[in-house]
Design a protein around this ligand. Structure first.
Ligand code: SF4
Length: 123
């Protein structure tokens, strides 16, 4: 039995509404895309959606209490809760540079959590 799914492509501002036709979970066709990047985006979004995780971790002994962090790449959507759980008790000690690895291999994905701002030791 065929099924239709619609994916709004977020790769560029055009925001094409891409139609994906599935049969028993397999992709039969992808329609209404503006370019090939949208085909890949729609395929991944239907078969194995991924998201960037953004969150904060505590900063030890500083006025600014939280450091914003994110995954350096998108991780499987179904692992976001596990990843959030892994980060909830993390804390860091400045100095921290933007891009520093705060936690490696989040949720066993091979993707690191990195700092998204710099914190000097005397903040
Ligand atoms: S399919 Fe191509 S043109 Fe359309 S939103 Fe995605 S990247 Fe942009």
């Amino acid at each position: 039995m065929t099924e239709e799914k619609f994916v709004t492509c977020i790769v560029c501002p055009k925001g094409c509404r891409i139609k994906v036709i599935l049969d028993e979970g397999d992709i039969l066709d992808i329609l209404n895309y503006g370019c090939k990047r949208g085909v890949e985006y729609a395929r991944e979004e239907v078969m194995a959606p991924k998201r960037i995780l953004t969150t904060t971790v505590a900063v030890q002994g500083q006025n600014i209490q939280m450091l914003p962090v994110k995954t350096e790449d998108a991780i499987p959507k179904e692992l976001l809760k596990v990843a959030m759980h892994e980060t909830k008790d993390l804390s860091v000690e400045p100095p921290i540079k933007i891009g520093d690895v705060i936690w490696p291999n989040i949720a066993g994905t091979g993707v690191n959590i990195i700092a998204t701002r710099t914190l000097d030791a005397n903040v």
